[in-house]
Design a protein around this ligand. Structure first.
Ligand code: NI
Length: 132
């Protein structure tokens, strides 16, 4: 981890893989991760932690199951917007046009949560990769 200022744009230039966050900073027990996204992620839930999203470039949507059983809604986050998915809420990030985002959550938290729907081939589960 660096003790110098971090350029998020420079960090984003070090990789092309989608839905595969890189850890750019740690705050106490939390990781700050940058990720490139496009298309649909998978429905998943973090049972014991909230998850913070901040959109740097592009537009991110997040499907949420936080209403009545069987109901879903989308929140749309243009660049510069932030949103917190509360713990225990099933969510599915998506981005039709692609986006670069910051996610903050406890270190060691798997990207696909504690429970998830079937994971397609283009999505890898991990807990954030170190910047190279
Ligand atoms: Ni999540």
């Amino acid at each position: 981890m660096s003790n110098e200022p971090i350029s998020l744009q420079a960090a984003l230039k070090t990789f092309d893989e989608l839905w595969s966050p890189r850890i750019v900073a740690r705050i106490n027990d939390y990781d700050v991760r940058v990720t490139k996204v496009a298309g649909d992620y998978v429905w998943h839930v973090h049972e014991n932690t909230d998850e913070f999203f901040l959109v740097i470039d592009g537009e991110l949507g997040i499907g949420l199951r936080d209403g009545e059983p069987g109901e879903e809604r989308d929140v749309i986050l243009p660049a510069g917007s932030a949103f917190v998915v509360p713990k225990g809420v099933y969510h599915k990030p998506f981005s039709d046009g692609g986006a670069s985002i910051v996610v903050i959550e406890p270190a060691g938290q798997p990207t696909t949560g504690d429970r998830h729907e079937d994971i397609p081939d283009h999505i890898r589960t991990h807990t954030g990769l170190e910047l190279t």
